[in-house]
Design a protein around this ligand. Structure first.
Ligand SMILES: *[C@@H]1O[C@H](CO)[C@@H](O)[C@H](O)[C@H]1NC(C)=O
Ligand SMILES: *[C@@H]1O[C@H](CO)[C@@H](O)[C@H](O)[C@H]1NC(C)=O
Ligand SMILES: *[C@@H]1O[C@H](CO)[C@@H](O)[C@H](O)[C@H]1NC(C)=O
Length: 631
C-alpha cells in the first residue's frame, strides 16, 4: 500500500541513487524532455503547447472541438431520453460512416446509450449503418442484460441482408461462452451459418471472387470482370474485398479497377475496407498511399479500422507503422483515447530494445492534441527509458511527473528495478527495494518477482535465491508465477534437484499450487539429469493437485534407462483411484520392445494386474513380437 504522505524521502533516495548528474530539478511548465530525442517528428503536428500545466488535467474535452466529440459528450453526460434525442436533433450533426463508429466506440461502456444512439441513427439515416457499425453495436450489447436489444439488432441485420463478419461472429461467440450462455451461442451460430449459406448463393460476388483469385491480375482478368457487366454497390465491393483479403495486391487492383471501369465511386466504407487489407508488412507503402488518397478525398479512417490495424501492426512488431498510424489518427477528428496511447507506449516499451524516438513521437502527438499527461503515460515513457538503461532521463521524467502531481508508486519502482537488472546493475536494483520501504511504499510480490527474475536472467541464481529468502522474511508470500521464475532459473543452471526441493517445500509449507507448466518443465529437466525418483514424486504431487497425468517423458526415460521396478513405480504414480488405462500400459510395453528390452518387458508383464496381462491388445503385442523377433 502506498501512503501519499511520506513519499518525499523515497524520491530523494531514489534520485540520489540514480543520479550522478548535478542538475537542479527543473520545473518545466510542460513536458520538455522529448525534444532532445526528437529530430524527426511528424511534420504537421502543431508544436504550440497552449494547454495548461499537466497537473490541471481535468478539462481535456476543452480541446476537442470535433462534432463527434460533442455528440458523445452530450450522450455520456445525460441519461438517454427524449430530451437528449431532441438535443441531438437540434445540433443536426452531419453523420458519416466514420463519425457513427467513433461515437459508438466512445459509448461502448454504456450499452443502453449506445443502443439509443444506434436506434436514433437508424431512424435518421439508415444508410450510415453498415456491417462495421452493426458489428460494433453487437459487441457492445453482448451482455446478459442486453440480450433483447442484441437479438433485435441481429434480426435487423438479417432482414436488411447486412453481413455479420466472421471476426465479429467469433468475438460474440467468445463472449457468450465466457458468460456461459450456451443457448445464445447456438442461436448465433445458426444465424451465422444461415447467412454464410445465403451469401454463398450470391452468385455474382462468388464469380468475381473466383476470377480475382484465379490468377495474377492481368488484362485478361479485367476483361473477364468487364464481361460480367455487373453494377457494383459498396456492400458488394466490401464483400468481394473481404473474400480476397489474403491477396492484398490483387484486392488493390480490383479496388482501382472497379472505380475506373465500372463507374463505381468509392466511399468511406470501401476505402476503410481496402486499407484494412493493406495494413501488413509486405505492402506498407501501398497502405500509406491508399490512406492518403482516402484522406485526400475527404474520408477519414474509422476508429474500428484504426483499432484493427493497430492490433495487426503490434502483433507483427511493426512499431514504426503503429506509431505513424497513431499520429495519423491524432491529426484527424477521430482521436484515439488516452488508454490507446498508454497501450501503445506499453507495447513499445515491451519490445526488447524500445525505440525512444517512437516513444516521444507518441507523447508529443498526445500532448499536441490537448491531452495532459496521465500517470499511465508517464509510466509508459519511464518504462521505455529504464528498459534501455537511460536512468538519468528516467529520473527527469519522474521529477516532471511529481511536479504534475503524481507520486512514484510500486509500478514506478518496479520499472526501475527491471531496468537496473536488465543493465546488470543487480545490487542497485536490490537497493531500490530497501529504499522503497524506507519511503513507505512496501515492495509487493510483483516488485520482488521482477527483482528475482532479473537476477535469474542475469545468471545470478544464488543471489536470486537470497532475494527470495529476504522476501519470505518480510512475510511476502510467493505465488506460482514466482515459483516458475525460480524453477526456470535453477534449471537453466542444471540444478533441477534444487528446483525440486524448492517446489516440494513451497507446496508443503506455503500451500502453493504450482502451474502445470512448471511441473511439466521440471519433470523433463529432472529426467534429463537422471533423477527419476524425484520426477516420480513430482508426478505424485501433480496428481494431488488434480492435474492430468504427464506420462510421455517417463515412458521414454524408463524404457531406455529404467528397471522393471521403476516401471511399476511409474504405474503406481499414474494410478488415481483406479488402475491406469490399458493404453498407458500398452505404451510402456511398446516402448520397452522398441528399445529391444524384451526380457524386461516380459518381467514387467508378469507383474501387471490380471486384466492387463489378458488384455487383447497387449496379448497381441507380445505374440506379434515373438513371432516377428529374429531369435
Ligand atoms: C501559440 O498559440 C497561441 C494561440 O493560438 C498564440 O497566441 C501564441 O502566440 C502561440 N505561441 C507560439 C510560441 O507560437
Ligand atoms: C506511393 O506513392 C508515391 C508518391 O505518389 C509513389 O512514388 C510510389 O510509387 C507509390 N507506391 C506504391 C507502392 O504504389
Ligand atoms: C501495484 O500495486 C497495485 C495495488 O496494490 C497492484 O494492483 C499492482 O499489481 C502493483 N503493480 C506492480 C507493478 O507492482
Amino acid at each position: 500500500m502506498r501512503r501519499t504522505k511520506g513519499t518525499l524521502p523515497t524520491v530523494r533516495f531514489f534520485s540520489s541513487l540514480l543520479l550522478t548528474r548535478s542538475a537542479a530539478r527543473t520545473r518545466p511548465l510542460h513536458f520538455m524532455v522529448p525534444l532532445s530525442y526528437h529530430p524527426s517528428f511528424f511534420p504537421s503536428v502543431p508544436q504550440n503547447h497552449t494547454h495548461q500545466h499537466p497537473s490541471f488535467n481535468t478539462h481535456q474535452t476543452l480541446y476537442f472541438s470535433s462534432q463527434s466529440d460533442s455528440i458523445s459528450e452530450l450522450i455520456l453526460s445525460n441519461p438517454w431520453s427524449e430530451n437528449t434525442e431532441n438535443k441531438l436533433q437540434e445540433s443536426n450533426p452531419t453523420l458519416t460512416h466514420e463519425s457513427v463508429l467513433y461515437v459508438l466506440k466512445k459509448l461502448h461502456k454504456n450499452p443502453g446509450k449506445a443502443a439509443g444512439f444506434f436506434r436514433w441513427v437508424s431512424n435518421k439515416d439508415e444508410s450510415k449503418l453498415g456491417t462495421v457499425a452493426y458489428g460494433l453495436i453487437l459487441r457492445v450489447l453482448c451482455h446478459k442484460e442486453w440480450m433483447s436489444e442484441f437479438w433485435v439488432v441481429l434480426g435487423e441485420m438479417g432482414k436488411k441482408g447486412i453481413e455479420l463478419d466472421e471476426e465479429t461472429y467469433k468475438t460474440l461467440r467468445g463472449c457468450f461462452s465466457r458468460e456461459k450462455m450456451a443457448k445464445e451461442a447456438a442461436s448465433l451460430t445458426e444465424f451465422f451459418n444461415d447467412m454464410v449459406q445465403r451469401s454463398a448463393l450470391d452468385a455474382r460476388v462468388g464469380t468475381v471472387v473466383k476470377i480475382i483469385l484465379g490468377s495474377d491480375w492481368s488484362e485478361e482478368v479485367e476483361k473477364k470482370l468487364g464481361d460480367l457487366k455487373i453494377s457494383f454497390s459498396d456492400v458488394g465491393v466490401v464483400k468481394i474485398l473481404r473474400e480476397v483479403r489474403g491477396y492484398p495486391l490483387r484486392a488493390l487492383k480490383f479496388f482501382k479497377w472497379v472505380e475506373e471501369r465500372s463507374g463505381f465511386s468509392h466511399n468511406a466504407v470501401t476505402y476503410n475496407a481496402m486499407i484494412r487489407i493493406l495494413g501488413r508488412d509486405d505492402c506498407v507503402e501501398d497502405f500509406w498511399n491508399m490512406t492518403k488518397e482516402m484522406k485526400g478525398k475527404g474520408h477519414e479512417m474509422d476508429i474500428d479500422t484504426y483499432i484493427k490495424l493497430l492490433r495487426q501492426f503490434l502483433k507483427w512488431k511493426m512499431m514504426k507503422e503503429a506509431v505513424e498510424l497513431y499520429e495519423f489518427m491524432m491529426e484527424g477528428p477521430y482521436k484515439p483515447s488516452i488508454q490507446d496511447c498508454i497501450v501503445l507506449l506499453r507495447q513499445i516499451s515491451l519490445s526488447g530494445d524500445p525505440d525512444l524516438d517512437l516513444v516521444f513521437r507518441v507523447v508529443r502527438n498526445y500532448e499536441a492534441s490537448g491531452y495532459s499527461l496521465s500517470k499511465g503515460v508517464y509510466d509508459g515513457i519511464h518504462r521505455s527509458l529504464t528498459s534501455v538503461g537511460k536512468f538519468d532521463e528516467a529520473d527527469k521524467i519522474l521529477s516532471t511527473m511529481k511536479d504534475a502531481g503524481f507520486e512514484p508508486d510500486n509500478i514506478t519502482y518496479s520499472q526501475v528495478v527491471f531496468g537496473l537488472c536488465k543493465a546488470g546493475r543487480l545490487d542497485e536494483a536490490c537497493e531500490i527495494l530497501n529504499g522503497m520501504e524506507a519511503g513507505g511504499c512496501t515492495p509487493d510480490l510483483k516488485t520482488w518477482t521482477i527483482l528475482i527474475q532479473g537476477h535469474c536472467l542475469a545468471g545470478e541464481v544464488d543471489k536470486a535465491l537470497s532475494c527470495f529468502t529476504n522476501m519470505m522474511e518480510k512475510n511476502c508470500d510467493p505465488d506460482a508465477d514466482l515459483l516458475e521464475v525460480l524453477v526456470t532459473g535453477l534449471c537453466s543452471k542444471n540444478r533441477a534437484g534444487a528446483a525440486y526441493t524448492l517446489v516440494v517445500e513451497m507446496v508443503e509449507k506455503a500451500r502453493l499450487r504450482p502451474w502445470q507448466s512448471t511441473y511439466k518443465n521440471l519433470i523433463q529437466k529432472l529426467l534429463g539429469e537422471g533423477k527419476l525418483e524425484e520426477a516420480l514424486k513430482l508426478l505424485n504431487i501433480m496428481k494431488n493437485h488434480n492435474f492430468p497425468p504427464f506420462p510421455d517423458p517417463f515412458v521414454h526415460y524408463i524404457s531406455k534407462f529404467g528397471t522393471v521396478e521403476d516401471a511399476k513405480e511409474f504405474f503406481k504414480a499414474l494410478t488415481v483411484k483406479k488402475f491406469p488405462t490399458s493404453t498407458a500400459y500398452l505404451h510402456v510395453f511398446q516402448s520397452f520392445l522398441k528399445e529391444g528390452r524384451h526380457s524386461e518387458a516380459q518381467d514387467l508383464l508378469y507383474k501387471c494386474p490380471h486384466h492387463i496381462r489378458n488384455h487383447v491388445d497387449i496379448v497381441k503385442l507380445f505374440s506379434s513380437t515373438e513371432v516377428g523377433s529374429p531369435a
